[in-house]
Design a protein around this ligand. Structure first.
Ligand code: SAH
Length: 378
């Protein structure tokens, strides 16, 4: 209501603009509309993303009058952090409330040489992959740019970064809930902020988009914001992939492989990562590994085998370790780099495909905190 008081001249009601929705060029344009110079926008961008500021008064190198103007017209509003769960293995899961009873999750995975933040791009997902918990809940809505970049903004603060210490989050993967390329504009705006030296300054090689394989959007990403690409393959043939990932009926394997080839012309890494979830007796035979080799023989790629993470009501089982090992061996003996993903955060349901977004859901709480709003972002 107070906005009405602050904007008496306009005939329309005007909400404060959430500046987390802008990348550098968007912010510069918004500043220009206010009659402010581009370098002011750059200063604010740095304050928000490099220093984690949420309060215009903290931006001490801005004139008081500008700070006052910003206070009345703008805000810095990340998504609402509901809870924060710590796994025994160091994985940490943040649960954000995005309204209407929906939540999205962000997972921080510390490793010896890096810290990876796994970010969500949609509340729910429309793609209905047969093995994915997020797909089972259906699609709710696209996250805004502020909600996507806000996950990084808040995780950085919660992990104590931005205080002159070393970088805690060195890698970001858009691999949480949702399909990033189905929320293209907002995901790419957030990606630009991740890459921007005035914001998070991550290298393109350390930012990964994981996609189910939306072919036209892969081409668009290649033009607009090439970052590392991971493709959820999961099956070596159209017959099987059609069943596991219904989107394959629209963009079958031949088209997907062709899009991967085109992507590599611009990609910051010279390979595509194929994610391959290991489903017992479904897609994990040695013959299927050889089929995969034939499918990808022309394409520089790596395989990341993902042990299936079960959830209630799903008809699949995780592959036996011996089967997984033999499958990996077939790929590796053909010279294809193959890693098996270590399952992390299982005890807090933060593992791949276990991200189901209901506020107050069934998570076992090992060590967890529920925040009142103010505690993390004033
Ligand atoms: N929509 C994007 C990103 C989200 S899913 C994509 O499809 O790539 C991130 C990864 O987790 C994908 O490779 C997905 O196939 C995998 N995944 C989904 N459900 C899983 C489960 N139950 N166990 C293990 N991995 C799963």
């Amino acid at each position: 209501m107070s906005d009405l008081v602050f904007f008496p001249s306009g005939s329309e009601q005007q909400d404060r603009r959430n500046l987390l929705d802008f990348d550098a060029s968007g912010l510069a344009a918004w500043f220009a509309d206010m009659g402010e110079k581009p370098f002011r926008a750059r200063q604010v961008l740095r304050w928000m993303h490099r220093s984690g500021a949420s309060d215009f008064d903290a931006m001490t190198d801005l004139a008081k009058s500008l700070r006052q103007k910003l206070r009345t017209r703008a805000e810095i509003r990340p998504p609402v952090l509901r809870s924060d769960h710590f796994s025994e293995d160091g994985t940490r899961k943040f649960l954000f409330d995005v309204g209407n009873g929906n939540a999205v999750e962000t997972v921080f995975i510390p490793e010896d040489d890096r810290g990876t933040l796994c970010i969500s791009t949609q509340a729910g997902c429309a793609l209905e992959c047969a093995f994915c918990a997020t797909g089972k809940q259906g699609f709710n809505r696209n996250l805004t740019t502020a909600e996507i970049i806000g996950q990084l903004w808040l995780a950085n603060r919660a992990l104590g970064a931005g205080l002159g210490g070393e970088r805690v989050i060195s890698n970001v993967v858009l691999m949480g809930m949702g399909e990033p390329l189905a929320n293209f504009e907002n995901s790419v705006t957030a990606l630009r902020l991740m890459l921007d030296d005035n914001a998070y300054g991550l290298s393109r090689r350390r930012v990964t988009v994981s996609t189910v394989g939306l072919v036209p959007a892969i081409d668009r990403l290649r033009e607009e914001c090439p970052v590392a690409l991971a493709v959820s393959l999961h099956a070596p043939s159209d017959a099987l992939r059609d069943q596991l990932l219904p989107i394959n009926r629209k963009y079958p394997l031949a088209e997907l492989m062709a899009a991967c080839h085109r992507y590599l012309e611009r990609a910051p890494r010279d390979f595509i990562t194929f994610e391959y979830i290991m489903l017992d007796g479904i897609n994990d035979s040695e013959a299927q590994a050889r089929e995969l080799l034939a499918l990808t023989s022309e394409l520089p790629c790596k395989f990341n085998l993902i042990p299936f993470n079960p959830f209630p009501g799903v008809p699949f089982r995780r592959s036996q370790p011996e089967r997984l090992r033999r499958f990996a061996e077939v790929l590796m003996s053909a010279g294809v780099v193959t890693t098996t993903r270590k399952t992390r955060g299982e005890d807090i349901n933060a593992a791949c495909g276990q991200l189901a977004g209901q506020v107050g859901n069934r998570m076992r709480r090992l060590v967890s905190r529920t925040y009142p709003l103010q505690e993390v972002h004033p």
